[in-house]
Design a binder for this molecule. Sequence first.
Ligand code: ARG
Length: 585
Amino acid sequence: MASVTSLSDSVQQHLASALSATRPEAAGADPLLRRSDRADYQANGILALAKKAKANPRELAAEVVARITTGGLIEDVEVSGPGFLNITVGDRAITENLAARYADGERLGVPLKEDAGVTVVDYAQPNVAKEMHVGHLRSAVIGDALRGMLDFTGERTIGRHHIGDWGTQFGMLIQYLFEHPGELAPAEDVDGEQAMSNLNRVYKASRAVFDADEEFKERARKRVVALQSGDKETLELWQQFVDESKVYFYSVFEKLDMEIRDDEIVGESAYNEGMPETARLLEEMGVAVRSEGALVVFFDEIRGKDDQPVPLIVQKADGGFGYAASDLTAIRNRVQDLDATTLLYVVDVRQSLHFRMVFETARRAGWLNDGVTAHNMGYGTVLGADGKPFKTRAGETVRLEDLLDEAVQRAAEVVREKARDLTEDEIQERAAQVGIGAVKYADLSTSPSRDYKFDLDQMVSLNGDTSVYLQYAYARIRSILRKAGEVAPAAHPELELHAAERALGLHLDAFGDTVFEAAAEYAPHKLTAYLYQAASLFTSFYDKCPVLKAETPQQVENRLFLCDVTARTLHRGMALLGIRTPERL
Ligand code: ARG
């Protein structure tokens, strides 16, 4: 693996050294670079520097320009306005840099970061014995994409699916199962759909008894105590619910084309044993106090209606532990046992107050310290076409599976319309890749903190910023490469480039920089925007520059090479986001 410095970083280095040679006090200054319409890059750090040095910006800029050697990497540099530099990169530099990336293979020359840490990503956390709905979609999709990007930069990620597998609701379920043995088919005998319908049936039946029969209610309450104190028989029945639910979860995640590892499913129950200690430590340290029998933490800044402080409840007055205790115990585990340097939570923004209080408590207890960052990536709501939270016509929450099935069905129509030489099996396979890709892309291409409308028509549209558009671009390039037959892509740095080739080449070169930025900011939409632009730049390149019919054999090879770098970049970028790129569409 050979990593390649991006053109923009190289230009930046040139500028920085020219700057510090001109003004030694500028050593270490960052001449901010950005892509610009007027030139390949525009640097605008001079203005600030001139202010600092009390110099005339135009003169300072001219001095810097005089120190830059042109002809190699930098073909041309000129002062534009006060303090701006317009920089043009040489054709040869572009082709050579891309060639180095091409030679590197899979990673496209993107380096691994040196200061890699361990990020524990808490995502895809459905609840046991409950149906997954559209709200669970975002956590899974965003979390998976963030992991893909972070891993690519060299960060080590550990997944934690903090599933809701603990709590008082299990008393009712387990008691019912205890009194009606055999109601839940063994997990190994059912598929996802059967598992969920079994769970629904048991849930409804137990609820009915619970509501109608006071004595059952009492037995269910006792069952909660038995569960919490680790009664063997109770735990066995509880385990049946968890196993049955996992069959269901796995079937949905498979539909979502997402790999979930069993050892990373560490739900609330896993922290059960540690919770009393968490409470004890918090009380001993004085972080938590007793209030009306409960153990709670207060915060000056967090107040509810009537200006009353809203506490975090670590332990209820009846001795029970809840959601906060499991999250606090999980933090201890993730920091102390997993050596996490970053805790990332991909959880609905509506839980942001919970996390604020949990993080603050953990900080006061010293479990979160300067060596660890905790961040809740609170994501927005999925809305229906009417702009209200997504519901079925009957006003119910939408089952995630139904939604995915519909997306695949809609994608099949699109694929079938375009498919000239695909068999029915191939159409179905592509439809799954296109439909699921469309759902993921639509989610990822919106800034996570914002709400977005779930609009299948728009998601599978061939025009516009959609995954289908990108998948078609990829498939088209693959088809060009197949048509080239014997002629292999090859870089020819000696060739002059067309403006459209330059624009595409410069953009492709920025892939690694973009992934690093998107990963550092937890912003998958920056990567989707980049990929969309790559596909658009490819389209205009392909419009303006004949590939297989180019003028010389060298030019054919060089353009095929540009095609292939584009294809690899699209493929890699989409893969990081969890989206497939079929070879043919
Ligand atoms: N299971 C929870 C829910 O469906 C989400 C869990 C989020 N993660 C956490 N560590 N609290 O609302």
